[in-house]
Design a protein around this ligand. Structure first.
Ligand code: FE2
Ligand code: FE2
Ligand code: FE2
Length: 165
């Protein structure tokens, strides 16, 4: 069974990547006017999400929400403390500006995710105020509650933020 668990985790990672890759390809196909190809990419992307979620569930990776929040805190903390700093440093040192920018944006936003998850873990089961979240479509900055002004991470206009209900 342990080999199968490893296989499920590997397949989950692959299907998850295929989903995002196809969504990126769909966006490009739309830009080039290939509407039907864009639809095909989006349809396959959605199916890869179904596969990814099925693999993840079969691997036994979905626990209680209290445990899932701890897992989420740990994952975000790993990115903030260990993963992104050396990646950002190497990209900056080698003058790879686009890479440095995307690493910096992600690093800044993962700090916010970690804090939001920690807060949610503390409030779980208590009176948690209900609010929508807003996400910057450029850098992923994640904001709790109504937002206006400019994105504090990438300076995009707040009116472009996507509301998550
Ligand atoms: Fe698939
Ligand atoms: Fe994150
Ligand atoms: Fe942003």
């Amino acid at each position: 069974m342990s080999k199968t668990i490893d296989n499920l985790k590997a397949a989950f990672a692959g299907e998850s990547q295929a989903n995002r890759k196809y969504l990126a390809f769909a966006r490009k196909a739309d830009e080039e006017g290939h509407k039907q190809v864009a639809r095909l990419f989006r349809a396959a992307a959605h199916a890869e999400t179904v596969h990814a979620l099925n693999h993840f569930k079969a691997a036994g990776e979905i626990k209680s929400t209290a445990e899932n929040l701890q897992e989420a805190v740990a994952g975000e903390n790993y990115e903030v403390a260990s993963m992104y700093p050396p990646m950002l440093e190497e990209a900056e040192a080698s003058g790879e500006k686009a890479a440095a920018r995307t690493f910096r944006w992600a690093w800044e936003v993962e700090k916010i995710h970690e804090a939001l998850y920690r807060k949610a873990a503390e409030l779980l089961g208590k009176e948690m105020p209900e609010t929508d979240y807003y996400v910057c479509p450029v850098c992923g900055y994640t904001h709790e509650g109504p937002f206006d002004g400019r994105c504090p991470v990438c300076n995009a206009l707040g009116e472009k933020f996507e509301r998550i209900v």
